[in-house]
Design a protein around this ligand. Sequence first.
Ligand code: GLN
Length: 292
Amino acid sequence: MTISGNGTIGESLAQATKLLLAENGFTSPRLDCEVLLGHVLHCSRIDLVLNREKRLSNEEQNTFAAMVKRRLNHEPVSYITQSKEFMSLDFFVEQGVLIPRPETEMLVEFIIKTYETADNVSILDLCTGSGAIAVSLAYYLKNARLTAVDKFDVCINAALKNAARYALSERISVIQTDILNGLHADQKHHCIVSNPPYIKNADLSSLPIDVKNFEPEYALNGGGDGLEFYRIITAFAAENLFSNGKLVFEIGFDQGGAVKKIIEENSAFHSITITKDFAGLDRMVTAVKGNE
Ligand code: GLN
């Protein structure tokens, strides 16, 4: 990005936004630039407006320009700033870790509502990634103990870091294991939650460029029919939930029927419910474990 002299905050934002607008595929250019500049200046977006006449230093200008260049290459803003807001908390993310999506908040909200008055709840989060689900549950449910599982070093590091950021490490065990190789459990849980990889192999190539080129395929690829993880986790949950325990899945918009069927075929569960997200798409499936 070239700016003659040192631009003001207002000018720099306008120029950077124009650069993104000139390319296809950016849905929120102004917002992206505001988040990036706010990150450089360690201030909120409202402060950018209030201080729009203030000039950037050379260093600020250069840092901002380098970030806008990365965004022009379609790198997600959250990887550039290494941060994503989820459930009003700020999560550390980096490449290799799926960026938490707002849709996933509905799983967390459902579980908070279910257990807010319960004591000593044990919750297992499979495919935890950044730890967004486990850490926000531990944050809002003061009586819960969480176990967060992932296969990948980069995710384990992020989940540990996020648990520590909110001083929740004592109530969250982070465990590295590949659940596809068989999960082995040493205790039962009241709730098992997962936002597993669920995109069909064949659909990976049509994901938006920001996702396809930068987010980890292993967090998205749910196998040939996108359902591989639901089968494994359902079988595991049938054995490792207490009676009346809850299984909570995030699903793709077209997977409600198929995931319901997988759970139905396992006679351990009843009350299987599909819930829509704020866009009106099927997004969550919940089920209740019956009596032994
Ligand atoms: N919702 C994510 C996406 O559309 C997919 C997340 C997942 O596979 N768990 O990019």
